[in-house]
Design a protein around this ligand. Sequence first.
Ligand SMILES: [Zn+2]
Length: 392
Amino acid sequence: MPQQLFTADQVLPGPAGERIRDGAVLFQDGTLLLVGPRADVEHLVSPTAERHDFPGGTILPGLINCHVHLVFDACGDPARAAADATHADLVDRADRLLCSGVTTVRDLGDRDGLAIQFRNQRPRGPRIVASGPPITIPDGHCWFLGGTADGEAELRARVRHNAELGADVIKVMASGGQITPNSPKMWDNQFTTAELTAIVDEASKAGLPVAAHAHGTDAIAAAADAGVATIEHCTWLRDGGGGYDLRDDVAAKIAERRIFACVAWPSDWRGFMNRLGTARADLVGSRFEWMAEHGIRMIPGTDAGAGSSGFDDYAGALQLYEYLGFDRADIIEMATTLSAEALGLGNITGQLAPGLAADILVVEGDPLRDLANLGRLRRVVAKGQTTSMTTA
Ligand SMILES: [Zn+2]
């Protein structure tokens, strides 16, 4: 493949605060070669390079969606969707993520390693970080994905099994959830701290991080004590239900241990908040502020596939953070540089720098002025492969 040169009004290479006006990016065969001012890059370009100028545009790193389920279909019956999921379904969902600017996804729960197989079979499309079947208790949250285990020996065996399947991360359902009939409540723990610690220990022997699904404050505390890498949802529900239990000591521990929180709200977060009602939505929103005040690093995801969360409009999902008062430059950093660090991909993607993967977005206008510009895509490049977009 010849070298590819992209130029635009600005390049936001990451992290927040970095901005190159009248910038350029040069890449070849999936790898970034040069990133800098156009005038500097231009005279180092091969004469055979393909050149694409994007006046009025911004070049930035491809976005990372840290929580999706490629085997679910966003139609409300995840057990059926997972049972019926085909390779073609996964192609469609991965392509939709790609066309919303997502060049890396973390799949946090498939059936029997389907997303892992898909990752192995399909070099095109977004980079996939996959967990395989989430570890859960018999009849527990998402038991139908095939990851049940009872007691420490079985839990350790399950971790080894997922590692052998080719998992990049171990997912554990530390609390109950919403989508499995006759399973523990969202605020109930599914595992003890000792069991979660055994999972983290066994995963670390395989060189894998652990992502813990935790809605209840008790489950969040147990996951933090066990030393997981990321806490999914992180809802802070009070034991027994009926409101929230924002424990400062637990939040401080999460921040101190540099554990990331992935709250994973859908692109249609406005509809979600409307259903909650204004008072409750404000309360829910204030949890984000409280976590940020404690120094908890948050990474975005959408839980795409679960509930009614679709695979499109990642830019819309990121606008939640703007609504909650986050700075636009910080939001872009959360969805790129910070997410890459959280997923252990900081030396592969999440920034535009020589030697990193050519995961590149070109968008209309300036997303630092209007975050919706992240959805006005002109090009998406994932691992050096370009998808041209037509914007409305
Ligand atoms: Zn999920």
